[in-house]
Design a protein around this ligand. Sequence first.
Ligand code: ASP
Length: 320
Amino acid sequence: MRHLMNPLDFSTEEIEQLMDLADDMRQHPDKYADSCHGKKLATCFYEPSTRTRLSFEAAMLNLGGSTLGFASADSSSASKGESVSDTIRVISSYADICAMRHPKEGAPLVASSHSSIPVINAGDGGHQHPTQTLADLYTIRSLHGRLDNLTIGLCGDLKFGRTVHSLINALVRYPNIKFVLISPEELRVPSYIREDVLDKKHIPYVEVEKLEDAMPELDILYMTRVQRERFFNEEDYLRMKDFYILNADKMALAKEDMIVLHPLPRVNEISTLSRHNSPSISEWHLSIHYWRWDHVKYQWNSRGICSRSHSGRHEHEDLS
Ligand code: ASP
């Protein structure tokens, strides 16, 4: 039985196949409407989530299956002191597969070793978030048409941002990938990623503090929020939280076809104000947000992709 703990649990060939399958599902959803008929997904979320939990549940419903689960540790027996291993033993007899999010690094891995159903890591502390990475890879492939020959800027909380760690792990397997790691000194990528992943595989990367310096060479800018819940004290968080704010002036330094990704939730790190400081979120349509900064138009979808079009028309496919 296979579990998904880390993006490396899939080979690059398997990821390619999954993305082809995702393309086909988007084009022919009816073909898949019953593919999980009679199957149950348990979503065991010990930590808050909006997109990850609901997108797992929506996916299962779209495939004709059903879901059960809990959305916080407080509403599960964890609040009575139950261990993850006891919980998963029981869940194994209720469901066919489990997606688990937990504030402690390694908790889903522990669960997988006591489980008789496949366990998907839906985010474990500041460690990994493999399914976000699948969405990120799919978005990059859809918009740039490739996963190789890219310069990727990762900006913000690179220390605690688990989506960053998983994305680096996944991308180093493709040729000619270069990283620009943009963070304050205190929020640098952990040394186990620098040494065991980047250095070991001789992947080119630079670490910089100023976003403006990095902008012109990037094909992708991956913005992240400062992970408040992982800080030991609030003062440090408050000091760091507005370190980076992407705005129209900084976007003006970027290549025409640079795309901005954000795993969401967005806090302050992407400005919603126009140059003239007026609120610029003009329109909400389902999960798609549009807003304007002067003549530049940005498009978002529910997984946090933003692209720009000087013509005012969407140049990229809408992935939502
Ligand atoms: N939603 C992502 C995660 O669960 C990113 C974030 O929370 O900042 O890691």
